[in-house]
Every structure is written in structure tokens, then in C-alpha cells.
Write a protein that binds this ligand. Structure first.
Ligand code: G6P
Length: 608
């Protein structure tokens, strides 16, 4: 939800801001802007539309002089995407400028109070109150003014500000929105996310809530709310710059689909040692694991879908009841927390506002928390009692693929680890599962080698209006994700249904030729699935079956079949996911959609 950057050094700022914004565009891409200080004034350049519009307007920033600046890429919340609503925002005489990520919840009261004092507002945004408030409190010290502003604003924010009277300083603050500071030989950077800094540095400071940062060209000061300095260690990021680049692939999404065997391996292999699952990061004692009475799996979007798979896997392996919930529901539904339970939150970005709030709700109630997170040092990773990192590397495409795959792998590992400690699975079973887990990456590669078949099939459905996905058990969970992928990037209406449920209403939508993608990886459920497919075909549906190589029988019923290698039934979603991702990808490409940046979406949702 919006990306912010800042640069201060000896080099021209604007091209560096553009580079940073390019890496942050996944956070929002309906408008962008920069504010650069030069020779006593702030030059403001903003444009509705993709970042490219701003780049074209400023020749990639080359036209804008100055060595200190801030930039923003927006995902509109308050006020439609437009030049005026784009950030940065300035005070009336353009002596102060800010960029903001988050939501100022009490902006209406603040706006009214400021208007009564004669302040005039240009935009419809909540963010503009920040710059007007800074102006109100400003007496020559930007840090002090910002500190006062923080006492007035409520909500979530990462804010960066510059002022003509403090021409050698960027001041930044955060609460519930990410902010990192990267010192480098080329100057000092601030950003919403490390990917924006990787070209210049891999050593960053993660800023915490209620900290204030003052950055000059040769000094970074981190202060608490009493304006006392805080000592902070630099964290070195393992990712390198090429990991966040397309590297010859037509889209990030395609690159990330192709990276799944490696991502899966990187997440799983270090946690298998001497034929055992070892998860050093989980500090639950044997006693605590044995006494677990309930597990909550919480996430949003695809992370929630990973949780649905997790429920089937954990309940089957461990016989512990698992409640899986959407973070946005969980946080407000006054959940009943049982003794000896654990809340596991799942998030690629580690910044999703609802997931973070759900985690805090659990902590407030004294419940043990564990996070499955991809971004190292993210808010959720830092707040949770324990973290299992998924080693997917940076994921840039808005629609997740490899991060989802690694979330599944982390859930398998965790479930097997619990099973091992609790004695729910025998050593023999465990060995079989571990060997199976180790073969998943090569099986994924095999599916990827066959991708033309999916491409061909997808080309026939570019004009589809509705596409349904059905499955039972973990196949139902995998269907949810397949359907979301399709609608996210191709804008085709789609629904995923538990195969037995379709006939309770939704079957009325099936017409002659409606495509239904049926997942059949669960051998014990094949006959039930076949019956559901027959019911659908009788109403005119065209059925694509995604099934195990060994299930040739399905050809008698399905109109088209895509085979995935056989595996342990609970791990099957990891293989079924790939043809579904590829199908969504090729349909979207065929329709000419912007695959990596679908309309109206953002990858990191730091607002409710
Ligand atoms: C957004 C993204 C989804 C993602 C969800 C949760 O809606 O578009 O792809 O699954 O947020 O994100 P998280 O970073 O918490 O996994």
C-alpha cells in the first residue's frame, strides 16, 4: 500500500528515487511523485498513472536537480488516483513536503481544526493533514515538529519529510507501516522495503514503531519519542539485487513460477537433518507441543489459502483441531482463545495490516504466536514469538506464486515436526514423508517442462466469462488459490467450490461450455469427484481435470486432462498449484492484462 523512498547524498537524487520507486511499484501503482530540494526550493513532480508516466515526464528524473529528495508510489485509499492526490504533498508556500504510506484515521477532525486556523487543502487525501500539521508546529526543527505531529495523528504511517529550512536532512517516522534505512557509499536511503535499496546496500536499519529518524548525508540518527538517541544494529539482507529483477523473463510472475522448485528446496532442505525435521526457530518445548489443544491459522488472500491447506494437513497428521481464519475477521470477532493453543499467522510481506492486528490480538490475550513470513525483519516477523522464514526470495509480482508454495512447505514441515514430537506419526511414516517432500522440487520442474500444454489450453479460454474450480479435501483448498490467481490477474469471474457443494446453488450458473477445472489428487475421493464431474457435464460444463499421473481412468469423464506427478496426498497442493498458476498466467497474457500489476490491487496491504 504505497511505497516511499528518500535519498540524501552527493549524487543527483531524482534518478535514484526513480530506481527505488521502480522496485516499490508493487506496493501501489496508480500515481507517483517526487519532491527534490534544490537551491532554496522544493521541486515537485507528480503524475497520475504508472510510474512510467512520471519517468517520461522527468526523463527518468534527469530533469530534476538536487541531491535530497523523497518519492512515493500510490495505491489510493482517500481520494481517487489523480495528479493532485498523488504524493508528495506540500504546505502552502512549498517549504515542507511529505510522503506517507498508511492511513491517518483522524484526518477529518484534524483537517477541520486546521481549516479553522486558516489552512487550505489541495487534495482529498488523509495524508495532506500531515504536512499541514508539520507546518503548524514547525519552528525551524523538523524533528521536533514531526514529534509533535505524532502526538496528534492516529492510524498507521511511514512518513518522510523534507523542509527548505533544513536543507540537509530527511526526517522519517513510522507506526505500523514498514520503514528501513540504508546507509551506502552513494549516500543514505530510506524506503518502505529493502528491495528499493539492494542496488546500493544490503545493510539496513529496521525502524520500529514510534521511532524518529533524522538522516543527513553522513549521519543517521534514530531517536525515541523523548528525542533521545537509540542504538541500533545494522541487519544484513541475504537477497541480492538480481533476485529482484526480471532476468530475461517476460514477467516477474513467470519468473517466480519458475523459481518454485528452488524456493521450495531452500525452505525445506535446511530443516531436514539426519532424517529428522529440525525447526530451530520454533522455541516451543516438547511439553508445550505435546499439550497443544488447538491451532489457529490466520492470513489474508493466498496466505489464508495456504492456511486452509494447513488445516487439512495438520488435522490429518496430528489430530489437533485447527481453526483457519481470515485475519480481517479474526481480529474483530472476539475469538475464543483456548488454553494450550497457538496462533500461527502466515504472511509473505510480514506487513499486512489485518494479519499484524490479528497477531497482536492473540498476544494481548496471552496466546503463544508463531509467524510464517517471507520478508526478514518485517513487522510480523518482529512481533511474533517465533518465526519460520520461508526462503522464497523477493517476490515482486502482485499475485503470489513462489511465496504461497513456500508457505505450504513451511506448514508441512511444522505439521511433521509436531507429529514427530507428539508421536502422532511413526518413524517409518515420517521417513516416507521426508523422502516425498524432498522429491517435490523435481516434480515441480517436471510440471514446468510441460507448461506448453497449459499454455495451449489457456489460449482457448481467453474470452471466458466464468470459470469454476472444484475439489475435495486439500484439492478444495488448492482450488481456492487457483481461482483467486485467475481472477486477480485475468479479471475473469471465477469461483472455487468444494465439489460436493456446487449442486447446492451454484450449479445453476453452469451453461453449455462453462469451464470447470476439477482437481483430483486425493485417491480416496476419486469416485466422489467423478460423480460431481458427471453432474456438471450433464449441464453442459467442459471439464479440465488436474490429476495424478496414475489416474488415467479420469480420461473417461474429463474433456481434457493435465497430469501432475504422484506424491503423498497431503502434499499434492504443492504440485496442483503450478498448472493453475500457469493457466491464470497464460489466460491473463492472452487477454493482454498487466500480469505483474493487476488493476486495483497492491502486493503489500498495510491498511485495513
Ligand atoms: C494482498 C496480495 C495477495 C496476498 C495478500 C496477503 O492482497 O495481493 O497476493 O496473498 O495481500 O499478503 P501477505 O503479504 O500477508 O502474504
Amino acid at each position: 500500500m504505497c511505497g516511499i523512498v528518500g535519498y540524501i547524498g552527493e549524487k543527483q537524487a531524482a534518478p535514484k528515487l526513480m530506481e527505488g520507486l521502480t522496485k516499490l511499484e508493487y506496493r501501489g501503482y496508480d500515481s507517483a511523485g517526487i519532491a527534490v530540494y534544490n537551491e532554496g526550493r522544493i521541486q515537485l513532480e507528480k503524475a497520475e498513472g504508472r510510474l512510467q508516466v512520471l519517468k517520461d515526464l522527468t526523463h527518468n528524473g534527469e530533469d530534476v536537480q538536487g541531491v535530497i529528495g523523497i518519492g512515493h508510489t500510490r495505491w489510493a485509499t482517500h481520494g481517487a488516483p489523480s495528479d493532485v492526490n498523488a504524493h508528495p504533498h506540500c504546505n502552502k508556500d512549498k517549504t515542507i513536503s511529505i510522503v506517507h504510506n498508511g492511513i491517518i484515521e483522524n484526518y477529518q477532525q484534524l483537517r477541520k481544526a486546521l481549516q479553522e486556523k486558516g489552512y487550505e487543502f489541495q487534495s482529498e487525501t488523509d495524508s495532506e493533514v500531515v504536512v499541514q500539521l508539520i507546518d503548524y508546529y514547525y519552528e525551524g526543527d523538523l524533528v521536533e515538529a514531526m514529534n509533535k505531529v505524532m502526538t496528534r495523528i492516529e492510524g498507521s504511517y511511514a512518513i518522510a519529510a523534507i523542509a527548505t529550512k533544513n536543507p540537509d536532512q530527511i526526517v522519517a517516522v513510522r507506526k505500523d507501516c514498514p520503514l528501513v534505512i540504508g546507509p551506502s557509499k552513494e549516500g543514505n536511503f530510506i524506503a518502505s522495503d529493502v528491495t528499493a535499496l539492494l542496488k546500493y546496500t544490503r545493510d539496513v536499519y529496521f525502524i520500529e514503531d514510534n521511532e524518529i529518524v533524522s538522516v543527513t548525508k553522513d549521519k543517521i540518527e534514530i531517536l525515541n519519542r523523548d528525542l533521545e538517541p537509540i542504538k541500533k544494529e545494522l541487519t544484513t539482507i541475504g537477497w541480492d539485487v538480481s533476485a529482484a529483477e526480471k532476468g530475461g523473463y517476460p514477467h516477474f510472475m513467470f519468473k517466480e513460477i519458475a523459481e518454485q522448485p528452488k524456493a521450495f528446496k531452500d525452505t525445506v532442505n535446511p530443516r531436514i537433518r539426519d532424517g529428522k525435521i529440525v525447526i530451530d526457530e520454533v522455541h516451543l518445548s516438547e511439553e508445550e507441543i505435546k499439550n497443544l489443544k488447538k491451532i489457529y491459522l490466520i492470513g489474508c488472500g493466498s496466505a489464508y489459502h495456504a492456511g486452509v491447506v494447513g488445516k487439512y494437513v495438520i488435522e490429518n497428521m496430528n489430530r489437533i483441531p485447527v481453526e483457519v481464519d481470515l485475519a480481517s475477521e479474526f481480529r474483530y470477532r472476539n475469538p475464543i482463545f483456548e488454553e494450550n493453543s497457538i496462533v500461527i499467522v502466515i504472511s509473505q510481506s510480514g506487513e499486512t495490516a489485518d494479519t499484524l492486528a490479528a497477531l497482536r490480538e492473540a498476544k494481548k490475550n496471552g496466546i503463544r504466536t508463531l509467524a510464517i513470513v517471507n520478508v526478514v525483519g518485517s513487522s510480523i516477523a518482529r512481533d511474533a514469538d517465533d518465526v519460520i522464514y520461508t526462503w522464497a526470495g523477493p517476490e515482486i509480482a502482485v499475485a503470489t506464486t513462489k511465496a504461497y508454495s513456500t508457505q505450504l512447505s513451511a506448514l508441512y514441515l511444522l505439521s511433521m515436526y509436531f507429529g514427530q514430537v507428539r508421536g502422532n506419526i511413526s518413524t517409518e511414516e515420517e521417513q516416507k514423508l521426508i523422502s516425498e517432500l524432498e522429491t517435490i522440487p523435481e516434480k515441480m520442474s517436471k510440471i514446468l517442462e510441460n507448461e506448453e500444454k497449459i499454455q495451449y489450453f489457456a489460449s482457448k479460454y481467453v474470452g471466458a466469462k466464468d470459470i469454476f474450480f472444484i475439489g475435495r479435501g486439500v484439492d478444495y483448498a488448492a482450488s481456492l488459490e487457483g481461482s483467486l490467481k485467475l481472477k486477480e490477474i485475468s479479471y475473469i469471474h471465477s469461483e472455487a467450490y468444494a465439489a460436493g457443494e456446487l449442486k447446492h446453488g451454484t450449479i445453476s450458473l453452469i451453461e453449455d461450455g462453462t469451464l470447470v477445472i476439477a482437481l483430483l489428487t486425493q485417491e480416496h475421493l476419486y469416485p466422489k469427484m467423478i460423480s460431481n464431474m458427471v453432474e456438471l457435464k450433464a449441464r453442459g460444463a467442459y471439464v479440465l481435470a488436474v490429476t495424478n499421473e496414475s489416474n488415467k481412468e479420469v480420461e473417461k469423464t474429463a474433456d481434457f486432462v493435465f497430469y501432475v506427478p504422484d506424491t503423498a496426498s497431503l502434499f499434492a497442493p504443492s504440485l496442483a498449484a503450478l498448472p493453475l498458476q500457469l493457466f491464470a498466467y497464460y489466460v491473463a497474457v492472452g487477454k493482454g492484462c498487466d500480469v505483474d500489476k493487476p488493476r486495483n490491487l497492491a502486493k503489500s496491504v498495510t491498511v485495513e
